[in-house]
Design a protein around this ligand. Structure first.
Ligand SMILES: O=c1[nH]cnc2c(O)c(F)c(-c3ccc(F)cc3)c(-c3ccc(F)cc3)c12
Ligand SMILES: [Mg+2]
Length: 221
C-alpha cells in the first residue's frame, strides 16, 4: 500500500536529520514541507512566535493539543529546562506513532509524553492519571471547533492558574471564531494577536496568546 505523506515526512527526517539534534529535525521537516509536500506543521514563521511565547512562559508543565508529526512538540520541548515536561494529545493513531518516532530522532522522548485519544477525554484525566497540578503553557493546534470547549474544560478541571499562558494556531486560516469570541470577551484573560502566515504559504494567518489573570500573577512578585 502507498505510504502516507506523514510516513514520507518521517522517512525524510530519518534519512536527513542528525540524530539527537532537534534543530536539524525542525529544519528537515520545514525543508521537506516547503519543497515537496505541504503539511500542517506550525512551520518556521509561526514557530518563531511559538518559541518566544514558550520562552516567556518558561513552563514546568506544558500541554499541546494536536501533535500531528511532532514538529511543534519538538520546538517546545527543545526549549524546556531540565525536569520539565510536555504532554501532547493526538487522536489519530498513525500521527501519534509517526510523532513518537520523529520525537525519538530529535532525542526528546524523555521530555515529551504523547497521549493518544480525544482531548475532551484526556483533559479530565490530567490531574489524577498524569499527575498534573496546573499547566503553565498550553498550545492549541488541534481542531478549531475544540479550541473554546477545551479551554473551558481546562478551566473546569482546575488546570489553569494565575499566569497560565495559552497560545492558539490558525486564528485566521482556517480560523477559530468561537474561540476568539470566547477568549477576548473573557475578562480573566489578557489576549494578544500575532499576525503571521499559514505554514509554507503566503496566505495570512495569526496566533492568539491569552494569559490568565495576568495582573494577579504580577501582584504575587
Ligand atoms: O486541522 C488543523 N489542525 C491544526 N493545525 C492546522 C493547520 O495549521 C492548518 F494550516 C490547517 C489547514 C489550513 C488550510 C488548508 F488548506 C489545509 C489545512 C489545518 C486543517 C484545517 C482544516 C482541515 F480540514 C484539515 C486541516 C489544521
Ligand atoms: Mg495549526
Amino acid at each position: 500500500m502507498d505510504q502516507s505523506k506523514e510516513q514520507r515526512i518521517l522517512n525524510s527526517v530519518s534519512y536527513n536529520a542528525v540524530k539527537g539534534d532537534p534543530e536539524s529535525v525542525i529544519n528537515c521537516i520545514d525543508k521537506y514541507c516547503s519543497q515537496y509536500e505541504w503539511a500542517m506543521n506550525v512551520g518556521d514563521e509561526k514557530g518563531t512566535i511559538l518559541d518566544k511565547v514558550v520562552e516567556e512562559a518558561d513552563p514546568s508543565v506544558a500541554l499541546e493539543l494536536g501533535t500531528y508529526c511532532g514538529y511543534s512538540a519538538i520546538r517546545i520541548a527543545r526549549l524546556l529546562k531540565p525536569n520539565t515536561r510536555l504532554l501532547t494529545i493526538e487522536f489519530n493513531p498513525e500521527f501519534a506513532s509517526i510523532a513518537k518516532e520523529i520525537i525519538e530522532i530529535a532525542g526528546l522522548s524523555e521530555k515529551v509524553t504523547i497521549l493518544e485519544g480525544h482531548s475532551e477525554d484526556i483533559i479530565p484525566q490530567l490531574k489524577k492519571k498524569y499527575e498534573v497540578e496546573t499547566l503553565d503553557f498550553v498550545f492549541l493546534d488541534h481542531w478549531k471547533e475544540r479550541y473554546a470547549p477545551d479551554t473551558i474544560l481546562l478551566e473546569e478541571c482546575g488546570l489553569l492558574r494565575k499566569g497560565s499562558i495559552l497560545l492558539a494556531d490558525n486564528i485566521i486560516y482556517p480560523g477559530a471564531p468561537e474561540f476568539i469570541k470566547y477568549i477576548r470577551s473573557n475578562k480573566r484573560f489578557e489576549c494578544t494577536s500575532y499576525p503571521s502566515h499559514l505554514e509554507y504559504m503566503k496566505v495570512e494567518d495569526a496566533m492568539e496568546k491569552a494569559v490568565k489573570d495576568p495582573g494577579a500573577a504580577a501582584m504575587l512578585f
